[in-house]
Design a binder for this molecule. Structure first.
Ligand code: THU
Length: 133
């Protein structure tokens, strides 16, 4: 599977977004070494603080199917943004914990713009598991 196919799956997942408050739909997809893909969209709540982002839902979906950090090889996120959609700070922290440091993260938008990044770029000097040891 290439990045464009993964972005397409994230785009499909975006259509499942439950976002009646922001009307901002986001989709994400994570590819695993065995070829499986797990997707997520953002899911909002009338108690706004409970809204969950697409990126975290995709990662948690994968974990609930037995996947672990080392199983992940590619990640994509897409929204109808001017520039390729960038993960929020909370998602960066969760990506840092669950997704490999130098594996590609493709940020995309509906116009077809794609930017490749990774956790090291998105969250330099991150606080993580090693800091607690
Ligand atoms: N959102 C995401 O799903 N991912 C991001 O990276 C940015 C924000 C969602 C959260 C909320 O449902 C809506 O977009 C507006 O912030």
């Amino acid at each position: 599977m290439d990045k464009n196919e993964l972005i397409k799956l994230a785009t499909d997942a975006r259509k499942l977004s439950y976002s009646p408050y922001s009307n901002f739909k986001v989709g994400a997809a994570v590819l695993c070494k065995n070829g499986e893909v797990f997707v997520g969209s953002n899911v909002e709540n009338a108690a706004y603080g409970l809204c969950m982002c697409a990126e975290r839902n995709a990662l948690y979906n994968a974990m609930m199917h037995g996947m672990k950090k080392d199983d992940f090889v590619m990640f994509a996120v897409i929204a109808d943004t001017d520039a390729p959609c960038s993960p929020c700070g909370s998602c960066r922290q969760v990506l840092d914990e669950l997704y490999p440091a130098e594996a590609p993260i493709y940020m995309a938008n509906l116009k077809g713009d794609v930017k490749e990044t990774n956790n090291k770029e998105l969250l330099p000097f991150s606080f993580g598991k090693d800091d607690l040891e």
